[in-house]
Design a protein around this ligand. Structure first.
Ligand code: PXP
Length: 238
């Protein structure tokens, strides 16, 4: 299973102070040096974290694979076509949400989504649809020509009891099998962390996971000790 890292939260921290650091472009390079097999970023309509400059530079520096998460709006489709990421993951987007909340309604939006897939495919951008693990959504994704789906793992990640966890993992397993039988690639993401990744590893059809929050959150703590030491050295030796 491949690991693609979502670096949005590095930009979230930068935007919290309106500063130039931390730079998500530098973060992407470190992720690749450490072995990440893809870099994911979400250019939101409100540019709350990743901005146009980041995307332009990410396209220049990312050597593995750039996955642009995006809403299927005219402005962002145009930017995707200019940027040419290897993969575009279409997600629903609402301004008031903290993060992407649910999967796409492919059944209801099939006409517009099909057109978007065709436009992006024309420019050799593969298209993945972020969907809940529901049979009707997956069937519709295949019908309109999606190259891949990304299964929304949020409900599984939030499961409180072992019974719920098992049931939600089975849903993901069935959805992954269905998508694979329909000829689509299968990615998964949202809420995955160091404690729940194990279940996902048991689903052979999932080719790639997209992980952001848990990984950046851990980096704060695994990097904090060194950051303190570096400052103390300056203070004591300065
Ligand atoms: N996949 C999609 C479609 C997302 O919107 C997000 C959140 O940006 C992720 C994966 C990563 O989720 P998390 O930050 O919880 O790891």
């Amino acid at each position: 299973m491949r690991l693609a890292i979502n670096i949005d939260h590095v930009a979230t921290l930068r935007e919290a102070r309106g500063e130039v650091e931390p730079d998500p472009v530098a973060a992407a390079q470190i992720c690749e040096l450490a072995g990440a097999e893809g870099i994911v970023c979400h250019l939101r309509e409100d540019r709350r974290h990743i901005n146009d400059r980041d995307l332009r530079l990410l396209r220049e520096v990312v050597k593995t694979k750039l996955d642009l998460e995006m809403a299927a709006t005219e402005e962002i489709i145009r930017i995707a076509i200019e940027t040419l990421p290897e993969l575009a993951t279409l997600v629903p987007e609402r301004r008031e949400e903290l993060t992407t909340e649910g999967g796409l309604d492919v059944v209801a939006g099939r006409k517009q989504l099909k057109k978007t897939i065709e436009r992006l495919n024309e420019h050799e951008i593969e298209v993945s649809l972020f969907v809940d693990p529901e049979a009707a959504q997956i069937e519709a994704a295949a019908e309109i020509g999606a190259d891949k789906i990304e299964l929304h793992t949020g409900a599984y990640a939030r499961a409180r009891s072992e019974d719920d966890r098992r049931m939600l993992l089975d849903q993901l397993r069935n959805a992954a099998r269905q998508a694979s039988e329909l000829g689509m690639g299968v990615n998964a993401g949202h809420g995955l962390n160091y404690a729940n990744i194990n279940g996902i590893l048991s689903i052979g059809e999932i080719e790639e996971v997209s992980i952001g929050h848990a990984l950046i959150a851990r980096a704060v703590f695994t990097g904090l000790e060194q950051a303190v030491r570096d400052m103390l050295e300056l203070i004591r030796c300065g």
